[in-house]
Design a binder for this molecule. Sequence first.
Ligand code: NAD
Length: 491
Amino acid sequence: MKTFDFYANGQWHKPFSGEYLDSIDPTTGEVWARIPKCNTEDVDKAVQAAHQAFEHGPWGRMLPSERGRALRRLGDVLIENAEILGEIETRDNGKKTKDITPGLKSWLADSFYYYAGLADKIEGSVIPVDAPGILNYTRYEPFGAVACITAWNSPLLIAIWKIAAALAAGNTVVIKPSEYASASTLALMQAFEQADLAPGVLNVVTGLGAQTGADLVNHDLIRLVSFTGGIGGGAATAVTAAQKIKPVIMELGGKSPQLVFADADLQLAANGVAAGIFPPAGQSCISGSRLLVEQSVHDEMVEKLIKVISSARLGHPDDPATHIGPIAHKSHFDCILRDIEKAKADGARLAYGGNAVKPGNAANGLFIEPTIFTNVTQDMKLAQDEVFGPVLAVIPFTSQEQAIEMANDSKFGLAAGVWSQDSARAIRVADRLKAGTVYINNYFNATTQSPVGGYKQSGYGRENGIEGMKAFMQIKSVWLDTTPNQPDPFA
Ligand code: NAD
């Protein structure tokens, strides 16, 4: 079994309390690693290191293009270590190795290269103010030490998105991954030691959200918090941050609708809707977990979907033949099964799946079949609350207006899908959907260049793209008097 320590000021530390938390492999049910349970002293060590590195270390004074070079090194190191990092994340949360490792080598490494290029391109402006003789200009500046709190479903992806943008902007970072899957982020830091960043630029503390996470958010020297997780943890974080007047970026959950119109290519839509939820077992924030389908093609669409998912193979996440891996941890697994029972009790019709299963090559793992419920109504819990599992709720509509109304009748607003062969109509519908991302005839695309984030209780602030970097910066307005005169105010 592997025991990790936490990382602060360029060094590995044992937790002050000597306490560790177990990390359980969801495929085998075995404890495979231990992570530090960091307390207030440990958090202080990491935050002080980040603060010192920003205020007094070379990072805070570095030229923007030098920061860009440092980020390119991080990208190179990520590619060199992608295999081992992918294996660790698979142990930690059951994500399929074939999904993580190639992603780390390509589009996640590209996050560092993208922001490396952007590090010296965020420009302020000269503003024509109503003040004769005054030159007024703006500058984008970093905040200082920032906290990045991440969820268990994609710890490396979420950490990389945040680190790349935060560092490019000139901040220093303390990361706090989820207690359910911290090992890959600690391993990422082991790899990044090869990139020779100055001590304190990147730090990682681990432990429970309400303790380690809350201590981090509450620390006076943390100037901004970027949070990815659920509504409960997000709200608690926002309240703690508000007491110290700290800005927060919130990336929360969703109940994203997929709108399938009768004029869609139904086979394409069935493939896309299935791909939009089932391959990660529904454990993605943007899972399209509500299928709103035009009544006239409802039965045909459900039939096609069932045909698509009936060939899905559940199994060991290391096995290249596996389509769907396990649920990342036991309490979440139990939660999904309870949601399935609740949907049945509420009167939804189980059209496919609904069971916990034990695949031959991972008989002790936490697996749930891809599940489809029909006869779902808007007032059911299944239509309104995030399951974050492989459970699709199907709801029919009879008009475009009704489809849009039902899609927007949600506390969430993270993503939405529109399936129609009439592009002009699809664009009109997309314009009216209250969601941070809308996909037309595709789903699940995300690259570093384009901003992602939520409407309503799916969060605020953006990650990725130029907006993702500006979210980690504050604007200073500078007023310079070009005239030689400063009149005496009391003359
Ligand atoms: P969670 O809110 O339980 O935990 C997220 C992180 O917050 C963890 O590191 C946790 O330790 C920490 N935390 C919890 N309570 C805290 C507190 N009081 N103070 C400070 N930190 C605290 O979420 P989760 O179960 O890890 O992740 C699942 C959720 O994340 C789902 O709702 C999913 O949709 C969402 N998610 C959103 C995105 C996105 O980009 N929008 C991406 C991935 C996951």
